[in-house]
Design a protein around this ligand. Structure first.
Ligand code: IMP
Length: 425
């Protein structure tokens, strides 16, 4: 019985997709447990690029079954689009290969419009959401008025619940936000169509995974976003509306605490963030441009979902250590080491000068990062596949991370291709 949980340890966009891809080569199930199409995983295989927002990236292996957990909020329109895109790329996504939890919540155009209207109303205090309706859908879940995927199995009931939800939201749009209401009839017609197409995908994923784990199958739980965007422990309120912590993999997939598990944390060797919120090591100088890239490369630091330029900064070792400890992470994968090639020096934040007395995760008041500076390396490392062949300076940088954080760095990515990964030890 093996459950491998993979989470992002920063503010998302750590490059989880490629590690899920790497580790799912021999997995039987790859299961997403939280979030919705606010996430964006880019997987590059030879000349094909797959941009997935919802469907677990392991689906690209012919023998892997994709699971979408009850912890997710799923926009059916986006899901159907992804199924179609994968089909066009030669990957058949049939109901025996993709299963959607009957308790996953549904995102409608009303949730998306609500997300955008709320942000506009907040003005300068906006959160910088992805505008995908995530917050409103999770709010409806907590308010017990949301639509769940089991509803689509009964068209009459589904239509009734959908109409009630749309009527309530339209009242908000008109009376609170002063905007045009949605055309209920066209949304209902569209959604009844989605319901018919998606009904065969609805399943009891909790039972599917329980049976799988009992029979010794390998299950990967694929995290979305990153631990610093977690609703409970992230930089609240500048967070997403779901839990991105490893422990939520169990709840978000309906499985009990397993005897045997492995938690892998993905960390980029520098820090990035999209949207608002504290960022102690943020850079605004020339280094920022070098870390971000100019957008000409598909792997430059521009949002997969929104295209927004990401904020960038040096690796924050203080936050990373805390997240690794809280999530009981046993191994780290570091991504984008190649991006640091060419710098005269590279830095890691190892302490805050004016830290919160409660927790390093409390960043309400500005903290001052204290850096450890390392000599940079000039060589292009993108073709290196062995640890021993890395420049001494790069080895020193990675070895320091390993020692400082206190867990082994098992994988290091040095380029966007599937094989540009160093397996360490
Ligand atoms: P929401 O999840 O769309 O509500 O956005 C809330 C915050 O989380 C915003 O700062 C977003 O930019 C951020 N966010 C949500 N999903 C991702 C992701 O997959 N990667 C990076 N940031 C994300």
């Amino acid at each position: 019985m093996t459950l491998q949980i993979i989470i992002g340890t920063q503010w998302g966009d750590e490059g989880k997709g490629r590690f899920v891809d790497l580790l799912s080569a021999d997995a039987d199930y790859v299961a997403r447990f939280s979030g919705g199409d606010n996430a964006g995983h880019t997987i590059r295989i030879e000349d094909k690029i797959y941009k997935l927002h919802l469907i677990p990236s392991g689906i690209i292996y012919p023998n892997t079954i994709g699971i979408m957990g009850n912890g997710m909020v799923i926009n059916p329109e986006v899901l159907l689009r992804e199924i179609e895109e994968l089909r066009q790329g030669g990957i058949a996504v049939t109901p025996d290969r993709l299963k959607v939890s009957y308790m996953a919540h549904m995102i409608t155009p009303a949730h998306r419009l609500m997300d955008k209207a709320k942000e506009i109303k907040l003005g300068n205090a906006k959160l910088g959401t992805t505008g995908r309706g995530i917050g409103p859908a999770y709010s409806d879940k907590a308010r017990r008025v949301g639509l769940v995927y089991k509803d689509i199995l009964n068209a009459e009931l589904f239509e009734e619940k959908l109409r009630t939800l749309l009527a309530e939201k339209n009242e908000f749009f008109e009376k609170i936000y002063g905007i045009e209401p949605l055309d209920v009839e066209s949304v209902v017609e569209e959604f009844l169509g989605y319901a018919r197409t998606l009904a065969p995908y609805v399943a009891d994923i909790s039972e599917v995974l329980r049976t799988a784990l009992l029979s010794g199958k390998k299950v990967i739980a694929e995290g979305a976003q990153g631990a610093l965007l977690d609703t409970d422990y992230g930089t609240y309120p500048y967070v997403t509306s779901s839990s991105c912590m490893a422990s939520n993999a169990l709840l978000g997939l309906g499985i009990g605490i397993p005897k045997d598990f492995d938690i892998v944390g993905i960390a980029k060797v520098f820090q990035t963030r999209v949207g608002e919120g504290p960022f102690p090591t943020e850079l605004f100088d020339r280094s920022a441009g070098l870390l971000r890239g100019d957008g000409s490369q598909q792997w430059d630091e521009f949002g997969t979902t929104t295209g927004r330029p990401r904020r960038v900064g040096w690796l924050d070792g203080v936050l990373l250590k805390k997240i690794v400890e809280m999530n009981n992470i046993s191994r780290l994968a570091l991504t984008k080491l190649d991006v640091l090639s060419g710098f005269d020096e590279v830095k890691i934040c190892v302490e805050y000068a004016k830290p919160s007395e409660i927790s390093p995760l409390v960043l309400d008041n500005p903290v001052e990062p204290v850096y450890r500076t390392f000599k940079g390396w000039k060589q292009d490392i993108m073709q290196i596949t062995q640890w021993d062949d890395l420049p001494a300076e790069a080895k020193e940088y990675v070895s320091f991370i390993q020692e400082f954080i206190g867990v082994p760095v098992k994988w290091i990515s040095v380029g966007p291709e599937r094989n540009q990964i160093i397996i360490n030890g």
